[in-house]
Design a protein around this ligand. Structure first.
Ligand code: C5P
Length: 303
């Protein structure tokens, strides 16, 4: 059973004050984009094997990606096995293309893939919303990885409402080979805002309007991420990347989620290609790729 799962960018990320449980209430607009991981789940050949889950990672740089409880895919498998009393060992193979710890919900996408694959493999018959609820127990971004499209996320980001988005958007993503830790970025955000009055998070109306009318120029101007100052504080090179992309005519540029991926909005595919060339030749970014959004969430592509 192979499930294809998309990465995401946050078109807006509004962060409220620190909650007592260590999370922050947020209001965010997610868009799933066309960078995909493939998660393959198969029954293990050795049905009497001790370990219920074996995770294999195929990636350009697989080192440092955990294959145990440190991987959200493992936690998702464990949750599904406990909840549905499954006991046949499975092999999980992840083809990784979404940047690791890149602010594009790559780990969450893998957990989403495991939930959807186990549902199909064991014929559990779960609805999408049931799978999203299970995903929320693993991480704040997992429900969106299952849902896909364009959606408003509230609460920790796990409460989703589909957003009306017209048209297709062309993105240029400046990837970093060194990831950033999401908890560290939220912590830095709290530090930078210490002593300030922080209001409840809200989705920006002009952004929603731009999306409804399919107006890429207006959307580019409305991109906004409260975690961006924190990501730039910890990784100052991101400011330079943002400046270069804007100098080369991007409609808008933003750190995606907790970073360090920087997402630039282009007018169309040709403009995106120009931006890729300009950013690559500027020498400030190693790896620049194009993606379009919105795309669908976790989908079974092979049985
Ligand atoms: O939910 P997830 O496991 O992806 O969150 C990772 C960490 O990011 C949390 O432990 C928390 O420190 C931070 N976080 C937060 N507020 C959110 C989402 C995540 O503070 N809404």
């Amino acid at each position: 059973m192979t499930v294809r799962v998309p990465g995401k960018v946050n078109l807006q990320l509004s962060v409220g004050p620190l909650r007592e449980d260590g999370y922050h209430d947020i209001a965010t607009l997610f868009q799933a984009v066309s960078i995909f991981d493939d998660v393959r789940v198969a029954l293990a050949e050795d049905r009497d094997r001790q370990d219920l889950f074996a995770i294999m990672i195929n990636a350009d740089h697989p080192h440092g990606i955990p294959t145990d409880k440190g991987n959200l895919a493992y936690l998702a498998a464990e949750l599904m096995f406990n909840r549905f009393q499954l006991d046949t060992p499975i092999d999980i193979t992840i083809e990784k293309r979404i940047p690791v710890a890149g602010g594009m919900a790559g780990g969450s996408a893998n957990a989403a893939g495991v939930i959807v694959a186990i549902d199909s493999l064991f014929s559990l018959g779960l609805s999408k919303s049931e799978m999203e609820e299970l995903g929320a127990e693993i991480g704040s971004d997992v429900p969106f990885s299952i849902a896909g499209g364009t959606a408003v996320g509230t609460g920790r980001g796990e409460q989703l409402t589909p957003a009306l988005a017209r048209g297709e958007y062309s993105w240029v993503l400046a990837l970093s080979s060194n990831g950033l830790s999401t908890p560290a970025i939220y912590k830095e955000c709290d530090r930078l805002r210490e002593g300030m009055e922080i209001s409840a998070p809200q989705v920006n109306e002009s952004l929603m309007h731009a999306l409804r009318s399919g107006d890429a120029k207006a959307l580019g101007k409305s991109l906004q991420n409260d975690l961006q100052p924190a990501a730039c504080s910890i990784r100052p090179a991101l400011r330079l990347i943002l400046d270069v992309g804007m100098d080369y005519g991007a409609l808008g540029g933003i750190v995606s989620g907790s970073g360090p991926t920087v997402a630039f909005l282009a007018e169309d595919e040709d403009h995106a290609l120009d931006l890729v060339v300009a950013l690559t030749s500027s020498g400030v970014v190693g790896n620049v790729v194009r993606a379009t959004g919105p795309v669908v969430g976790a989908t079974v592509i092979d049985r």
